[in-house]
Design a protein around this ligand. Structure first.
Ligand code: NAD
Length: 350
């Protein structure tokens, strides 16, 4: 096996997670060093047993280094990626791939000219909750899905420092938004038609602390994507409806349920219930015979799939699981969400 020596650039929260956890499990990819512009982070990397580089130039001129992982604040992804590609290194880049599509155009051109691999770490394609919903989309146990609501809601505000600043690519659209939008576009096999969005500035930061986006696809699927950081009561992680039922997944613990119609609704003999100051048949719960509840079956994710695929792409010309045209489309959607939010208009997604 021709091992790929990879240097982690940016040993913060995510870079150190790649180095200590994600890459450790993968045959064929080895963390051969760490570079961070902050000496305290370098010290930590050294204590964790990694070789350290005190200058970027030393990484780029080291012929033993085959690849780098870029895990630095979002605004630095472009320059670091281009320098690495030009130095003949393959690049894995953290999400969001770049700040905008103009930057991504530049990077993809350099990758092509240098004939090096550039891949983006869209790790949440392997989240258990997403895999369950994607399975419902692909094997319509509750009929074809026509409504998909995907949310993450916290109450701790925007974490850290650079995530508050526009110049660094802060804000929640570029942070969690990227994951939820990537999952949605990866799952729904249809052209995206329209985009509307509300950006939230509850915290008074210069960047969005959350957003809600309403999306429609040509095949009739409608989606709501929502990220919040000031939500002291959370809505479920997923709520989806199909023509024969619905599913809810509350959280990453995968609690929730899938409810399927049995076709045994007796529309003529519905019994009204007392609701507030009135009676209703419409809003009465379905009778016991009308529905059946299915178990949420976990689909084991392959946690190492990303880096094994990276190895295969680099060494064996395999097809990347995360394709650059896919991340490009997500970035274009993000630009459209910002525009739709600012103009308060429904935009066509060209
Ligand atoms: P962080 O602030 O914890 O770490 C960033 C590190 O980069 C710091 O140690 C900092 O000193 C270093 N750094 C900054 N500029 C640098 C430069 N020019 N050269 C070298 N080092 C530099 O941030 P984080 O949470 O680890 O986020 C880093 C990246 O990872 C972001 O792009 C973020 O969106 C992404 N991320 C992805 C996931 C995921 O699930 N895929 C999760 C968290 C973060």
């Amino acid at each position: 096996m021709h091992v790929i020596n990879l240097v982690v650039i940016g040993y913060g929260g995510m870079g150190s997670y790649h180095a200590r956890e994600l890459i450790q499990e993968v045959d064929g990819v080895k963390v051969s060093g760490v570079y961070d512009c902050d000496s305290s982070r370098l010290k930590m990397a050294q204590q964790d047993g990694f070789k350290i580089y005190s200058q970027l130039e030393d990484v780029l001129s080291d012929e033993m280094v085959d690849a780098v992982l870029i895990a630095t604040p979002n605004d630095s992804h472009k320059d670091l990626t281009i320098s690495a590609l030009r130095a003949g290194k393959h690049v894995v880049c953290e999400k969001p791939v770049m700040m905008n599509t103009k930057e991504l155009d530049e990077v993809l051109l350099v990758a092509k000219v240098e004939n090096k691999i550039f891949m983006v770490h869209q790790n949440r394609r392997w989240d258990n909750d997403f895999l369950i919903i994607r399975d419902l989309y692909q094997h319509p146990k509750v009929g074809e899905l026509f409504q998909i609501e995907s949310r993450v809601q916290g109450a701790n505000g925007i974490p850290g420092d650079w995530r508050h600043l526009e110049v660094h690519g802060g804000g929640m659209v570029l942070d969690w938004g990227v994951h939820l939008l990537d999952q949605l576009l990866f799952m729904v096999d249809s052209k995206l038609k329209t985009v509307a969005a509300d950006l939230s500035y509850v915290l008074g930061d210069e960047v969005d602390d959350g957003f809600i986006s309403y999306l429609t696809f040509e095949n009739g699927v409608k989606a709501i994507i929502e990220v919040g950081t000031t939500n002291f009561i959370k809505l479920p992680r997923w709520y989806v409806r199909g023509f024969e039922g619905a599913a809810v997944i509350n959280d990453w613990d995968l609690s929730g349920k899938i409810v399927k119609q049995t076709g045994m609704i007796d529309h003529h003999n519905l019994v009204p219930i007392q609701a507030g100051q009135g009676l209703t048949k419409t809003m009465a719960p379905p009778s016991e015979e009308a529905t059946t509840t299915l178990a949420i079956e976990e689909i084991a994710p392959d946690f190492d799939a990303f880096y094994y695929n990276f190895y295969d792409v680099v060494r064996n010309q395999a097809e990347p699981i995360v394709k650059n045209e896919e991340v490009y489309r997500v970035l274009r959607l993000i630009e459209t969400i910002f525009e739709a939010g600012k103009k308060q208009e429904v935009m066509l997604f060209e």
